[in-house]
Design a protein around this ligand. Structure first.
Ligand SMILES: Cc1cc2nc3c(=O)[nH]c(=O)nc-3n(C[C@H](O)[C@H](O)[C@H](O)COP(=O)(O)O)c2cc1C
Length: 245
């Protein structure tokens, strides 16, 4: 069983690539049904040097099922570094995490000054390097290796245990989202929101429901008119053009 959450396609792409490799490498006699009972995988993006709220909620609801698996692994995609996101994850899983990997993918976070999408060559290099690394990750998973292979980065403790709670408290919210006059009401954001948190009002204007935004920024990156903005923070920022799905 593999659970995947992906805001803008990076983690979905990694999950799909990995699944192909896992199936390709696996020994013939092990049936898919048997395998899926034994192994539980989680693939998702790192948010604020921790794990997305939607992933935390999922784990809370499926903990028994995950704990019953013989081998639990996670692959986290990140733009730069994960801090102690793996430790946060392991705690959430009651310690049931056998292998955890982080892989670099194009950055999607653009909501604070100084944060923007990657230049094309950087984004392409990250994808290429991840593609090169995935076969070894799949091999490790198939061999049920117990390992932690993550890019923690500098000031990891500060990022995860000081900045992350502040980020979650003040910036994981949909209250700063709005559309500019460029919005032509195509409703791509409405249809695409993975948490069904966007709708239209009686005049057809896009509105956020203030219910369960996890901050994935799919609405921002997918808007064909770049009309979705997060306060003034996203003004003149780029959109992630490496869309995998
Ligand atoms: C709200 C938010 C917070 C993020 N925080 C981090 C972070 O702490 N470290 C990092 O390296 N990348 C961070 N990123 C970048 C994403 O982890 C990265 O681009 C990921 O591959 C996106 O995956 P997705 O396309 O599956 O949503 C963040 C992105 C978002 C939207």
């Amino acid at each position: 069983m593999v659970y995947c959450f992906s805001g803008t396609g990076n983690s979905r792409w990694v999950a799909d690539e990995l699944e192909g490799l896992l199936l390709g490498q696996r020994s013939q006699e092990l049936s898919k049904a048997e395998d899926s009972k034994e192994v539980f995988g989680l693939v998702f993006p790192v948010y604020a040097w921790g794990i997305p709220k939607v992933v935390e909620d999922y784990i809370g609801e499926h903990l028994q099922e995950i704990e019953a698996a013989e081998y639990v692994y996670a692959v986290m995609t990140c733009g730069d570094d994960i801090g102690y996101a793996d430790t946060v994850l392991k705690k959430r899983l009651n310690g049931r995490l056998d292998a955890v990997f982080s892989v670099h993918m194009p950055n999607t976070y653009v909501c604070l000054p100084g944060f923007d999408v990657d230049k094309d060559e950087v984004a392409e290099r990250k994808v290429r390097e991840t593609l090169e690394r995935l076969p070894q990750i799949a091999k490790d998973i198939n061999e049920r290796k117990r390992t932690t292979e993550v890019c923690r980065g500098g000031a990891a403790w500060l990022k995860t245990y000081v900045l992350r709670p502040l980020f979650n408290r003040f910036l994981v919210t949909d209250k700063y989202f709005h559309t500019t006059k460029n919005c032509f009401q195509c409703k791509r954001c409405v249809r695409g929101c993975p948490l069904d948190n966007i709708t239209t009002d009686k005049d057809g204007h896009v509105v956020w429901k203030h219910e369960n935004c996890t901050g994935c920024l799919r609405c921002y990156h997918r808007c064909p008119a770049q009309a979705v903005q997060f306060g003034w923070f996203t003004k003149n920022k780029g959109q992630k053009i490496h869309d995998f799905d």
